[in-house]
Design a binder for this molecule. Structure first.
Ligand code: PMP
Length: 283
Protein backbone atom coordinates (compact mmCIF):
# COMPACT_ATOMS: atom_id res chain seq x y z
CA UNK A 1 0.00 0.00 0.00
CA UNK A 2 1.42 3.40 -0.99
CA UNK A 3 0.67 6.69 0.68
CA UNK A 4 0.59 10.10 -0.93
CA UNK A 5 0.35 13.61 0.44
CA UNK A 6 -2.68 15.55 -0.73
CA UNK A 7 -3.58 19.05 0.47
CA UNK A 8 -2.45 18.60 4.07
CA UNK A 9 -3.35 14.91 4.47
CA UNK A 10 -1.57 11.60 3.99
CA UNK A 11 -3.83 9.11 2.20
CA UNK A 12 -3.61 5.77 0.47
CA UNK A 13 -2.99 6.52 -3.19
CA UNK A 14 -6.30 4.92 -4.17
CA UNK A 15 -8.25 6.95 -1.58
CA UNK A 16 -6.81 10.35 -2.56
CA UNK A 17 -9.34 12.58 -4.24
CA UNK A 18 -9.11 15.77 -6.26
CA UNK A 19 -12.01 17.87 -7.53
CA UNK A 20 -13.14 17.48 -11.14
CA UNK A 21 -12.72 21.27 -11.24
CA UNK A 22 -9.02 21.14 -10.35
CA UNK A 23 -7.39 23.47 -12.87
CA UNK A 24 -4.56 21.02 -13.42
CA UNK A 25 -7.14 18.45 -14.43
CA UNK A 26 -9.08 20.89 -16.66
CA UNK A 27 -6.32 23.12 -18.11
CA UNK A 28 -2.91 21.54 -17.24
CA UNK A 29 -2.66 24.68 -15.10
CA UNK A 30 0.12 23.58 -12.78
CA UNK A 31 3.76 22.71 -12.27
CA UNK A 32 5.70 19.70 -11.03
CA UNK A 33 9.06 18.42 -9.88
CA UNK A 34 10.59 14.95 -9.84
CA UNK A 35 13.21 14.52 -7.15
CA UNK A 36 15.40 11.58 -6.21
CA UNK A 37 16.29 10.22 -2.77
CA UNK A 38 19.00 7.78 -1.72
CA UNK A 39 19.48 6.19 1.67
CA UNK A 40 16.45 8.19 2.79
CA UNK A 41 18.10 11.50 1.84
CA UNK A 42 16.60 13.94 -0.66
CA UNK A 43 18.98 14.75 -3.53
CA UNK A 44 19.54 18.21 -5.00
CA UNK A 45 16.66 19.52 -2.87
CA UNK A 46 17.69 23.21 -3.07
CA UNK A 47 18.10 23.08 -6.85
CA UNK A 48 14.65 21.51 -7.26
CA UNK A 49 13.12 24.08 -4.91
CA UNK A 50 14.72 26.93 -6.83
CA UNK A 51 13.27 25.67 -10.13
CA UNK A 52 9.87 24.94 -8.56
CA UNK A 53 9.61 28.46 -7.13
CA UNK A 54 10.59 29.95 -10.50
CA UNK A 55 7.91 27.88 -12.27
CA UNK A 56 5.29 28.98 -9.71
CA UNK A 57 6.23 32.66 -10.09
CA UNK A 58 6.11 32.38 -13.89
CA UNK A 59 2.56 31.01 -13.72
CA UNK A 60 1.47 33.35 -10.91
CA UNK A 61 0.57 30.38 -8.72
CA UNK A 62 0.94 31.17 -5.04
CA UNK A 63 3.48 29.15 -3.06
CA UNK A 64 1.56 26.56 -0.98
CA UNK A 65 4.32 26.23 1.65
CA UNK A 66 5.79 28.95 3.86
CA UNK A 67 9.38 27.87 3.31
CA UNK A 68 11.27 24.96 1.70
CA UNK A 69 11.84 23.40 5.11
CA UNK A 70 8.11 22.89 5.74
CA UNK A 71 7.92 21.02 2.43
CA UNK A 72 10.97 18.97 3.40
CA UNK A 73 9.24 17.87 6.62
CA UNK A 74 6.15 16.76 4.65
CA UNK A 75 8.29 14.81 2.18
CA UNK A 76 10.40 13.05 4.84
CA UNK A 77 7.21 12.01 6.65
CA UNK A 78 5.88 10.56 3.39
CA UNK A 79 9.11 8.58 2.83
CA UNK A 80 8.74 7.18 6.34
CA UNK A 81 5.07 6.24 5.80
CA UNK A 82 5.98 4.48 2.55
CA UNK A 83 9.04 2.89 4.14
CA UNK A 84 11.21 3.83 1.18
CA UNK A 85 14.88 4.86 1.20
CA UNK A 86 15.75 4.87 -2.49
CA UNK A 87 13.55 6.14 -5.26
CA UNK A 88 11.84 9.23 -6.60
CA UNK A 89 8.98 11.49 -5.73
CA UNK A 90 6.53 13.37 -7.90
CA UNK A 91 5.35 16.72 -6.55
CA UNK A 92 2.54 18.52 -8.36
CA UNK A 93 1.12 21.94 -7.58
CA UNK A 94 -1.86 23.11 -9.58
CA UNK A 95 -3.43 26.55 -9.41
CA UNK A 96 -6.33 25.07 -7.45
CA UNK A 97 -10.01 24.32 -7.77
CA UNK A 98 -12.42 26.81 -9.36
CA UNK A 99 -15.45 26.90 -11.63
CA UNK A 100 -14.16 25.99 -15.10
CA UNK A 101 -13.21 29.26 -16.76
CA UNK A 102 -9.96 30.20 -18.48
CA UNK A 103 -9.79 33.28 -16.23
CA UNK A 104 -8.65 32.38 -12.75
CA UNK A 105 -9.75 33.91 -9.44
CA UNK A 106 -7.07 35.81 -7.54
CA UNK A 107 -7.70 34.15 -4.15
CA UNK A 108 -7.47 30.55 -5.33
CA UNK A 109 -5.70 27.98 -3.12
CA UNK A 110 -3.25 25.63 -4.89
CA UNK A 111 -3.76 21.85 -4.84
CA UNK A 112 -0.66 19.93 -3.77
CA UNK A 113 -0.04 16.25 -4.44
CA UNK A 114 3.12 14.27 -3.63
CA UNK A 115 3.69 10.57 -4.26
CA UNK A 116 6.73 8.32 -4.35
CA UNK A 117 7.73 5.80 -7.02
CA UNK A 118 10.60 3.50 -7.83
CA UNK A 119 12.39 2.89 -11.13
CA UNK A 120 13.37 -0.47 -12.54
CA UNK A 121 16.98 -1.41 -13.15
CA UNK A 122 19.00 0.96 -15.35
CA UNK A 123 21.68 -1.67 -16.08
CA UNK A 124 20.70 -2.21 -19.71
CA UNK A 125 20.07 1.49 -20.41
CA UNK A 126 23.48 2.40 -18.96
CA UNK A 127 25.14 0.42 -21.76
CA UNK A 128 23.76 2.93 -24.26
CA UNK A 129 20.47 3.89 -25.90
CA UNK A 130 19.26 5.05 -29.30
CA UNK A 131 17.64 8.39 -30.04
CA UNK A 132 15.31 9.57 -32.81
CA UNK A 133 14.98 13.15 -34.08
CA UNK A 134 11.77 15.09 -34.57
CA UNK A 135 10.46 18.63 -34.97
CA UNK A 136 9.98 20.45 -31.64
CA UNK A 137 6.21 21.02 -31.43
CA UNK A 138 6.18 22.61 -27.98
CA UNK A 139 5.28 26.10 -26.83
CA UNK A 140 7.81 28.90 -26.25
CA UNK A 141 8.09 28.47 -22.45
CA UNK A 142 9.75 25.08 -22.14
CA UNK A 143 11.74 26.52 -19.21
CA UNK A 144 8.62 26.28 -17.02
CA UNK A 145 8.20 22.79 -15.57
CA UNK A 146 4.55 22.75 -16.54
CA UNK A 147 2.38 19.63 -16.20
CA UNK A 148 1.27 20.25 -19.78
CA UNK A 149 3.44 17.65 -21.52
CA UNK A 150 1.33 16.59 -24.49
CA UNK A 151 3.95 17.26 -27.21
CA UNK A 152 6.58 15.40 -25.14
CA UNK A 153 4.18 12.50 -24.54
CA UNK A 154 3.22 12.12 -28.21
CA UNK A 155 6.79 12.35 -29.51
CA UNK A 156 8.19 9.98 -26.88
CA UNK A 157 5.42 7.48 -27.68
CA UNK A 158 6.04 7.74 -31.44
CA UNK A 159 9.77 7.17 -30.88
CA UNK A 160 9.08 4.22 -28.61
CA UNK A 161 6.79 2.61 -31.17
CA UNK A 162 9.66 2.83 -33.70
CA UNK A 163 12.12 1.27 -31.24
CA UNK A 164 13.80 4.42 -29.90
CA UNK A 165 14.49 5.07 -26.23
CA UNK A 166 14.39 8.87 -26.45
CA UNK A 167 13.56 11.52 -29.03
CA UNK A 168 15.57 14.72 -29.50
CA UNK A 169 13.52 17.70 -30.63
CA UNK A 170 14.69 20.23 -33.22
CA UNK A 171 13.76 23.88 -33.53
CA UNK A 172 15.07 25.60 -36.68
CA UNK A 173 17.37 22.60 -37.30
CA UNK A 174 18.95 22.89 -33.85
CA UNK A 175 18.55 20.25 -31.16
CA UNK A 176 16.79 21.70 -28.13
CA UNK A 177 16.46 18.68 -25.80
CA UNK A 178 14.88 15.26 -25.39
CA UNK A 179 11.23 14.70 -24.53
CA UNK A 180 12.18 13.78 -20.94
CA UNK A 181 15.88 14.66 -20.74
CA UNK A 182 18.56 17.17 -21.74
CA UNK A 183 20.78 16.52 -24.77
CA UNK A 184 24.60 16.61 -24.98
CA UNK A 185 27.27 15.76 -27.56
CA UNK A 186 31.06 15.71 -27.31
CA UNK A 187 32.98 16.84 -30.41
CA UNK A 188 36.36 15.69 -31.77
CA UNK A 189 38.17 18.24 -29.57
CA UNK A 190 36.45 16.74 -26.48
CA UNK A 191 34.32 19.87 -26.07
CA UNK A 192 30.90 19.20 -24.57
CA UNK A 193 27.97 20.91 -26.31
CA UNK A 194 24.45 21.40 -24.99
CA UNK A 195 21.63 23.85 -25.75
CA UNK A 196 21.86 27.06 -23.68
CA UNK A 197 19.45 27.45 -20.79
CA UNK A 198 16.64 29.59 -22.19
CA UNK A 199 12.92 29.39 -22.94
CA UNK A 200 13.43 26.55 -25.47
CA UNK A 201 14.54 23.94 -22.92
CA UNK A 202 13.84 22.83 -19.41
CA UNK A 203 16.89 23.73 -17.36
CA UNK A 204 17.50 20.25 -15.97
CA UNK A 205 18.82 19.91 -12.43
CA UNK A 206 20.99 17.02 -13.69
CA UNK A 207 22.15 19.17 -16.62
CA UNK A 208 23.35 21.81 -14.14
CA UNK A 209 25.13 19.20 -11.99
CA UNK A 210 26.83 17.60 -15.01
CA UNK A 211 28.04 20.96 -16.34
CA UNK A 212 29.37 21.86 -12.88
CA UNK A 213 31.15 18.49 -12.59
CA UNK A 214 32.58 18.68 -16.12
CA UNK A 215 34.02 22.15 -15.44
CA UNK A 216 35.45 20.98 -12.11
CA UNK A 217 37.22 18.22 -14.03
CA UNK A 218 38.75 20.67 -16.50
CA UNK A 219 36.45 19.68 -19.36
CA UNK A 220 35.28 22.37 -21.73
CA UNK A 221 31.51 22.93 -21.84
CA UNK A 222 29.97 25.06 -24.57
CA UNK A 223 26.32 25.98 -24.00
CA UNK A 224 25.49 26.40 -27.67
CA UNK A 225 22.86 24.55 -29.69
CA UNK A 226 24.14 21.86 -32.08
CA UNK A 227 22.66 20.49 -35.30
CA UNK A 228 22.40 17.18 -37.19
CA UNK A 229 25.75 17.78 -38.89
CA UNK A 230 27.42 18.16 -35.48
CA UNK A 231 25.79 14.86 -34.44
CA UNK A 232 27.21 13.09 -37.52
CA UNK A 233 30.70 14.31 -36.60
CA UNK A 234 30.55 13.88 -32.82
CA UNK A 235 32.64 11.50 -30.72
CA UNK A 236 30.13 10.92 -27.94
CA UNK A 237 26.54 11.75 -27.05
CA UNK A 238 24.60 11.41 -23.84
CA UNK A 239 21.40 12.51 -22.12
CA UNK A 240 20.67 13.55 -18.56
CA UNK A 241 17.69 13.53 -16.20
CA UNK A 242 16.92 13.05 -12.53
CA UNK A 243 15.49 9.56 -12.97
CA UNK A 244 18.25 8.36 -15.33
CA UNK A 245 21.38 10.32 -14.39
CA UNK A 246 23.83 10.35 -17.32
CA UNK A 247 22.95 7.84 -20.08
CA UNK A 248 25.25 7.14 -23.04
CA UNK A 249 23.80 7.33 -26.54
CA UNK A 250 25.12 4.86 -29.10
CA UNK A 251 22.89 5.69 -32.07
CA UNK A 252 21.03 8.80 -33.24
CA UNK A 253 18.66 7.99 -36.12
CA UNK A 254 21.09 6.19 -38.52
CA UNK A 255 24.30 7.62 -37.06
CA UNK A 256 26.31 5.19 -34.96
CA UNK A 257 28.11 7.02 -32.14
CA UNK A 258 31.63 5.97 -31.07
CA UNK A 259 31.25 2.47 -32.58
CA UNK A 260 28.43 1.90 -30.05
CA UNK A 261 30.92 2.11 -27.16
CA UNK A 262 30.55 4.38 -24.13
CA UNK A 263 32.99 7.27 -24.59
CA UNK A 264 35.54 8.27 -21.98
CA UNK A 265 33.93 11.63 -21.17
CA UNK A 266 30.47 10.11 -20.84
CA UNK A 267 31.88 7.36 -18.61
CA UNK A 268 33.67 9.95 -16.46
CA UNK A 269 30.53 12.06 -16.05
CA UNK A 270 28.38 9.00 -15.20
CA UNK A 271 30.78 8.19 -12.37
CA UNK A 272 31.23 11.81 -11.21
CA UNK A 273 27.46 12.35 -11.02
CA UNK A 274 26.96 9.15 -9.06
CA UNK A 275 29.71 10.16 -6.60
CA UNK A 276 28.25 13.67 -6.31
CA UNK A 277 24.78 12.29 -5.45
CA UNK A 278 26.20 9.72 -3.02
CA UNK A 279 28.11 12.48 -1.22
CA UNK A 280 24.81 14.25 -0.51
CA UNK A 281 23.65 11.28 1.58
CA UNK A 282 26.12 12.23 4.31
CA UNK A 283 25.77 16.04 4.17
N1 PMP B 1 13.97 18.18 -20.24
C1 PMP B 1 12.72 17.71 -20.15
C2 PMP B 1 11.74 18.05 -21.21
C3 PMP B 1 12.35 16.89 -19.06
O1 PMP B 1 11.10 16.43 -18.96
C4 PMP B 1 13.32 16.57 -18.09
C5 PMP B 1 12.97 15.67 -16.93
N2 PMP B 1 11.94 16.17 -16.16
C6 PMP B 1 14.62 17.08 -18.22
C7 PMP B 1 14.91 17.90 -19.32
C8 PMP B 1 15.68 16.78 -17.21
O2 PMP B 1 15.49 17.54 -16.06
P1 PMP B 1 16.04 17.04 -14.64
O3 PMP B 1 17.49 16.78 -14.82
O4 PMP B 1 15.76 18.18 -13.74
O5 PMP B 1 15.27 15.79 -14.31
Amino acid sequence: MSFCYINGFYKNNIDAQISVEDRGFNFSDGVYEVMGFRNGKLLNFDKHMYRLCKSLINLQISKPFSNPNSLKIIIYHLLKLNDVNDGFLYLQITRGTAKRNHLFPSNIKPNVVIFTFSKGSLDKIKKGVNVALTEDQRWMRCDIKSISLLANVLDKQKGHESGFFEVWQLRKNLITEGTTSNAFIVNKKSHIYTHPKNNFILGGVTRDCVIELALKNKLKVIEKAFNIDDIRKCNEAFLTSTTLGVIPIIKIEDTIINKKKIGLITKTLMKKLDDYLNKQIYE
